[in-house]
Design a protein around this ligand. Sequence first.
Ligand SMILES: [Zn+2]
Length: 293
Amino acid sequence: MATIGGIRAPLAVRTRWREKLSRYFPECAYVRCHPHGARLPARRWRGLGVSLRDKWYCSPRCLLPALERSILELLPAAETAFPHRRRVPIGLLLLQRGVINEDQLRQALALQQEHREGRLGDWLRRIGAASELDITRALAMQWGCPVFPLERDQGYRLCAGLMPLTLCQTHRFLPVFYSADRSLLYLAFTSGVDHAALYGIEQMLACRTLPCIVSESAYAVALADMENSSAPAPEAMIFDSMRDPFEIAHAACGFIQQLEAQSVQLARVGRSLWVRFLCHSGPRDLLFHFPAS
Ligand SMILES: [Zn+2]
């Protein structure tokens, strides 16, 4: 018979009491958590354990199997979930808009084929057929998103704390505008929108992400500015050779113990697995880079 203070309580009171107890002293979500041979999972003060996806675990040891499963779910190629849609070629867009003529397009295509490198837009710029602004506008049309005026809007400085700068540099994007009230983040790209990256960041930061296009030169200036900023983006520990999900989960659990992290979050951003620990001192990040498949 369930009692509170030795007195049998009505069901509603007992339920409320259990809910309150669970808020401060939750049960470990690991089904095999039976400390010291106890019949029930550990119920401890929340501040001692670690959370992953709304579930609480009493220790990194109990978290490990769930972390391994989460990493295994995230590792399959993110690109397969966001197949590339066929888009109007940039040369054709520029031709239709009267920015370039057929001869210029033929010349740029021939140069690209001859050198077997570089984007068509770069070759069009090299032969003087189009400006950087023309290419940026055409890219935005191609991807159906706006051009962000990064040259005159330094809103990206206010986004510095959102993610490690290395993640931006590796995947060639930059957070340029964030509204906490609307829970909205604009992510700028220079050569095309990476929908997998948008989705991963949306999951990690629990906000809506929208793409925009910026010019290569403005992007380079903003990155240099961020690198030299007095309020730099969080630094991440980078792992280039660790690819086994179980090894990654073990390593992450080691950091949880070392950092006394209260929560761990995971996201797949392109060929990187982004692991973020929420600690008393603020967020700490790990990045695991995977080779192109
Ligand atoms: Zn446990």
